[in-house]
Design a protein around this ligand. Structure first.
Ligand code: ATP
Length: 237
């Protein structure tokens, strides 16, 4: 059975069609990439899945539970966490406090939330930054901090929006290793990414959006040789 099922989802903003009749599914324990040109509707799809916008049409299910139309907090309780294109860390708070903010969704005790935060900071290789203000960390570290904060809500599905953008090759590799560790924990990942050398080698499947519509869905190998995807997004290389 699919963990996430997106069924015929459309999202309009006035006359702008950001998503049009998009359907796809994702299984438990999978990494799935959501790619496509700028303005193709990838972030809008994330916002629909995470409860930031209700879809204009269509339905979204997590396991058997219909989540479309729920609030972001209700989606988080159902098992969905996300990171944003801009990491949105609380810059004056320590790395530990940033992750504790996520942990408080499911743990009411400060000591437990602190322990969850410390474990997750180790998990994303940021243990040594525990007491440092988030604002003193590099972009790459802040993105992994945002991943740790999202993991602190104990999600079944993690939505990651361009976690590899602007990173150097070493930082991309570090981030890829964290994503692989997340899958090993049984958490599924849906990843919007333009850094194809990061996502293509690790994804179980890739979904391609163009002008709001899904134009392809398949293995990274099939997607990279799909003529429609090459014409719309990948180019000849
Ligand atoms: P990028 O790769 O540049 O982040 P994207 O694929 O994530 O792009 P979206 O940000 O989802 O694309 O945008 C899809 C379309 O919807 C664009 O035309 C955008 O201008 C429009 N759009 C997105 N959010 C809103 C909004 N809140 N109000 C009006 N239009 C919006």
């Amino acid at each position: 059975m699919s963990l996430l099922s997106v069924k015929n989802v459309s999202k309009h903003f006035g006359g702008i069609v950001a998503n049009q009749d998009v359907s796809f599914s994702l299984n438990a324990g999978e990494i799935v990439g959501l790619i496509g040109p700028n303005g193709a509707g990838k972030t809008t799809m994330f916002n629909c899945i995470a409860g930031y916008f209700p879809p204009s049409a269509g339905e979204i299910y997590l396991n058997d539970e219909k989540i479309s139309g729920l609030s972001p907090e209700q989606c988080a309780h159902a098992g969905i966490a996300r990171t944003f294109q801009v990491a949105r860390t609380f810059t004056s708070m320590s790395a530990q406090e940033n992750v504790m903010v996520g942990a408080f969704l499911k743990n009411k005790h400060v000591a437990t939330a602190r322990q969850v935060a410390n474990d997750l900071l180790e998990f994303v290789n940021l243990g040594k930054f525990k007491d440092k203000p988030a604002g003193s960390m590099t972009i790459s570290e802040q993105r992994r901090l945002a991943v740790a904060r999202a993991l602190a809500v104990s999600p079944k599905l993690l939505l990651m929006d361009e976690v590899m953008a602007g990173l150097n090759p070493t930082e991309v590799k570090e981030t890829v290793e964290v994503v692989l560790k997340i899958r090993q924990r049984g958490i599924s990942c849906l990843i919007v990414e333009h850094v194809l050398e990061g996502i293509m080698p690790i994804a179980n499947a890739i979904i391609v959006l163009d002008y709001g519509k899904k134009i392809a869905d398949g293995t990274p190998q099939a997607i990279s040789t799909n003529p429609q995807v090459i014409a719309a997004y990948l180019g000849v290389e």
